[in-house]
Write a protein that binds this ligand. Structure first.
Ligand SMILES: Nc1ncnc2c1ncn2[C@@H]1O[C@H](COP(=O)(O)OP(=O)(O)OP(=O)(O)O)[C@@H](O)[C@H]1O
Ligand SMILES: [Mg+2]
Length: 257
């Protein structure tokens, strides 16, 4: 395995359900520890693409490689935070988060689960079941479960869409500090969002998907240095043009032939 090759590589990926193509011609390469944000209109295939990267959906065409090896089935090296939570209803909050470790045959020796429950504001709900939680709390359990695994690849599908604006800002900050934490494994992350500012705040790079079937219509780097602060990243001189470019791609999207 080359240390300089991409962590994840998508080559001419097409995915279809029956006869209907959902995404087409998607090629992307991410280096280890990149944080990519994907934005795109509803129905353009963002969730489908993430699910394919997680090995949950077969490709119609092309390939997806993790460290040069094709992904054909789910692997514990990757963790996904699902748009609709995907919690186990029969497990408590703590057991849901612990599942992230047990799936890898690991025990929580360093108290990771308690730390994540604390960070996510869930400690006092540790013994509750998902049906007792609000949508935002369920979403936080899903994020904690994925982070507990310290995966090599983290796939996040609109992870903050069900939380209020204040909690969102806190969780965005926590996600970045966990991602940057030198004590943790270096995680490569892909985050789907509808929120352009969230993409600019979090991403090293932003890909816009558009059209049906969805294709890449914009792929750009975010030149704003880290650490970025939610209160002042919009004052960076490149912000207005960056946001405009993403907006234009979303509204007058084209896909290069
Ligand atoms: N299991 C499935 N079977 C058939 N069609 C599907 C399936 N999953 C998704 N689709 C279709 O694929 C298209 C893309 O869906 P997907 O959920 O990937 O979109 P999305 O970009 O994530 O949208 P949103 O922003 O609303 O979450 C939609 O037209 C959807 O109906
Ligand atoms: Mg989706």
């Amino acid at each position: 395995m080359s240390s300089r090759g991409p962590k994840i590589l998508l080559e001419n990926v097409a995915i279809a359900f029956g006869k209907r193509l959902v995404v087409q011609d998607i090629s992307l390469a991410l280096q280890e520890h990149d944080l990519l944000c994907i934005v795109g209109p509803s129905g353009c295939g963002k969730t489908t693409l993430l699910r394919a990267m997680a090995g949950l959906i077969p490709l119609r065409y092309g390939r997806i490689l993790l460290d040069d090896v094709a992904i054909t089935r789910p692997t514990p090296r990757m963790a996904m935070v699902f748009q609709h939570f995907g919690l186990f209803p029969w497990k408590t909050v703590r057991a849901n988060v612990e599942y992230g470790l047990s799936v890898q045959g690991r025990r929580d020796e360093e108290g990771i689960v308690t730390r994540l429950l604390e960070v996510m504001g869930l400690l006092e709900y540790a013994r509750c079941y998902p049906y007792e939680l609000s949508g935002g709390m369920k979403q936080r359990v899903g994020i904690a479960r994925a982070l507990a695994r310290q995966p090599e690849m983290l796939l996040l599908d609109e992870p903050f869409s069900a939380v209020d604006a204040m909690t969102r800002e806190i969780l965005q900050g926590e996600l970045v500090s966990l991602w940057e934490d030198p004590q943790r494994r270096r995680t490569t992350a892909i985050l789907v969002t509808h929120d352009l500012d969230e993409a600019i705040l979090l991403g090293d790079r932003i890909v816009v998907l558009c059209g049906k079937p969805g294709r890449v219509c914009l792929d750009l780097n975010v030149p704003i240095p880290r650490p970025r602060h939610p209160r002042d990243f919009r004052f960076h001189p490149t912000y207005p043009q960056l946001r405009q470019q993403i907006w234009d791609a979303l509204h007058h999207g084209y896909a290069p032939d």
